[in-house]
Design a protein around this ligand. Structure first.
Ligand code: GAR
Length: 201
């Protein structure tokens, strides 16, 4: 499976995908795409000699109309949003139906939607007094965080003293669940059955 990973920031989930030994045999990350001109995740991509693309207007960037053909020319057949904070262009959604997934740092359908990313999510969870949080991996559609949920993992946060502590615990879970789900797709073990998504063992 040839993957493009979309990022906007630090790239720790990209790193997790690059470092799971099991995954190396099954998938190759051939492009790292961002809405930013530069970001920390691009440094990781460059270290691994993976091509980087910045979506936007202007010199050296790829427009949202061109990105589909750029990825198709690289034979990309699966897209992972790993901390990507923008909506996906319609053309790309159409061409990669049920082939774009996102990791969200909370238990959807709670704590999702526009503006709910990164620390905003963890602050909202902290302020809600919830006793568990976790990570969700879901299919991407044309709105924020509403696609079908593929996998979730919980973490106990009953004793945390800050939103930062929640972020730390959830990130550990993210780095497990995202590579696991990508592996399941690469092994063709993800099925959509009567409106639910099932990962076969
Ligand atoms: C991750 O926690 C990811 O779940 C979150 O951004 C962070 C990116 O970290 N994504 C969202 O909040 C999307 N709504 P990373 O760049 O180190 O992987």
């Amino acid at each position: 499976m040839k993957i493009a990973v979309f990022v906007s920031g630090r790239g720790s989930n990209l790193n997790a995908l690059l470092n799971l030994p099991d995954l190396k045999k099954l998938v190759s990350i051939v492009a790292v795409v961002s809405d930013k001109i530069d970001c920390k995740a691009f440094d990781i991509a460059k270290e691994y000699r993976i091509e980087t693309f910045s979506i936007g207007e202007g010199e050296g960037r790829v427009s949202k109309y061109e990105i589909t053909s750029v990825l198709k020319n690289l034979d990309v057949n699966f897209i992972v949003l790993a901390g990507y904070l923008k909506l996906i262009p319609d053309e790309l959604l159409k061409n990669f139906e049920n082939r774009i997934i996102n990791i969200h740092p909370a238990l959807l359908p709670s704590f999702g939607g526009k503006g709910m990313y990164g620390m905003n999510v963890h602050k909202a969870v902290f302020n809600s007094s919830a006793k568990v949080s976790g990570a969700s991996v879901h299919f991407v559609d044309n709105t924020y965080d509403t696609g079908k949920i593929i996998a979730q993992k919980c973490v106990d946060i009953s004793d945390v003293k800050s939103a930062e502590e929640i972020a730390e615990r959830v990130l550990t879970i993210e780095h497990q669940i995202l590579p696991e789900v990508v592996k399941a797709f690469a092994e063709n073990r993800v099925k959509i059955e009567s409106n639910r998504v099932v990962i076969l063992k």
